[in-house]
Design a protein around this ligand. Sequence first.
Ligand code: CA
Length: 224
Amino acid sequence: MRILIVEDERRLVGALKRGLEREGYAVDALFSGEDAAAGLEAAPEEYDVVILDVMLPGIDGVQVCRDLRAEGIAIPILMLTARDSTRDKVLGMDSGADDYLVKPFAFEELLARLRMLLRRPPVLLPAQLTVGELVLDSARRRVTRRGREIRLTAKEFALLELLMRNAGQVLSREQIMAHVWDAEFDSFSNVVDVHVKNLRKKVDDGRGDSLLETVRELGYRLRA
Ligand code: CA
């Protein structure tokens, strides 16, 4: 589990980083809203959760959070607010943050909140899917083909999971968009095609026949 801390108080960052690393998390830190927005928009799948302070130089935490959500980035965000005021709380939740913690807080409380955010939604569907040589483990977020692990981004993983759950059926771009992307995403963009292309490259890994078929005019299908 990889955590990004965005906070300009370096002593607090240092203490959090040490504490979280002791708990087994991988931790990176950024000290400004600009850096956080740029880094997360470029590679949101790098992190499992973001700890984001509201008070930052330049772009503040609320704005960073709003911008990320506007970009369709759904990474869990825990906001740190300085005062226990209703306005801060509302702003924090309004911005699309998943949770907030009021400073000063006990480290144990932070750990508890992180565990809540990192907890997967209840597994109602079988956690492990197998289609031909492909095995996808949704609980462990792991995909293998003939036992060899395939490293996927969060979106590629979601896309493959959808295709595997519907193996043998053609899924239209609209269906894929509705399941894997946020509703407000521009449906005229070629984002689905781009992700399918990248996913196909990783899944096929230079093999001849692609498992991921393009069905002209209709969409995509994973061979069952
Ligand atoms: Ca701060």
